[in-house]
Design a protein around this ligand. Structure first.
Ligand SMILES: CC(C)(COP(=O)(O)OP(=O)(O)OC[C@H]1O[C@@H](n2cnc3c(N)ncnc32)[C@H](O)[C@@H]1OP(=O)(O)O)[C@@H](O)C(=O)NCCC(=O)NCCS
Length: 179
């Protein structure tokens, strides 16, 4: 019987951290680099475990967003992946449900960058495609990220300030893919 576990990066053993990286490498067919993994660290990991091994993963990390003339505390979902041999069994839905709970209870908004494979999952779960321009607060200033406009999704948190989906959404800076 698979078990679900939510754990802070700080509480993972070295072996557990390596097992998550192996799952992500496998799930993304090698298109998952050190920056991508670093982006998934520092917050909370949601895991589905089978015989102690992770078969599904999602991480929620805090990022700052600039939108509608204010700074938003965002729960950014990273590293959503299910082992290729375990897909279509609801494990992505399980890790996303817990990631969404973390976003809803702890942040002003949720955000993520959807892969082609992930789009349907997020749409089905009520995540909203961003409709306006996306940007990054780069060291040189606010910079457009046109290539990320179509893959950026947000989650509206109840009781929070209203997002203007056609407005500009800027993320904080990081090495590797900024979204
Ligand atoms: C995307 C991924 C995580 C989905 O895993 P999964 O095990 O197939 O997902 P689930 O079985 O939990 O599916 C959850 C629901 O989303 C739906 N769903 C999943 N992928 C979908 C897609 N591409 N299009 C439409 N619906 C989709 C399923 O039909 C299911 O709906 P249901 O509950 O009504 O049956 C998996 O394919 C994967 O790891 N892909 C490679 C890594 C990747 O691209 N991750 C996304 C990063 S943004």
């Amino acid at each position: 019987m698979p078990q679900t576990r939510t754990v802070a990066t700080a509480d993972l053993t070295t072996a557990e951290r390596s097992a998550i990286r192996e799952l992500l490498d496998l799930a993304f067919l090698g298109n998952f680099d050190d920056h991508d993994f670093e982006h998934a660290l520092g917050g909370l990991h949601v895991l589905v475990l089978e015989r102690g091994e992770p078969i599904a993963h999602a991480a929620v990390v805090q990022r700052r967003f600039l939108h509608a003339d204010r700074s938003w505390r965002g729960g950014y979902v990273e590293g959503v992946a299910v082992h290729p041999g375990r897909r279509g069994q609801g494990h992505a839905a399980t890790v996303m449900a817990e990631a969404e709970r973390i976003v809803d209870q702890g942040y002003d908004l949720g955000a993520l960058s959807a892969s082609h494979a992930g789009r349907g999952l997020y749409l089905q779960r009520g995540w909203l495609p961003w409709q306006g321009p996306t940007c990054v607060l780069a060291p040189g200033g606010l910079t457009r990220t046109e290539e990320d406009d179509d893959s950026t999704f947000v989650r509206v948190v109840a009781g929070g300030a209203e997002l203007r989906l056609t407005g500009t959404l800027a993320c904080d800076w990081r090495d590797g893919d900024v979204w």
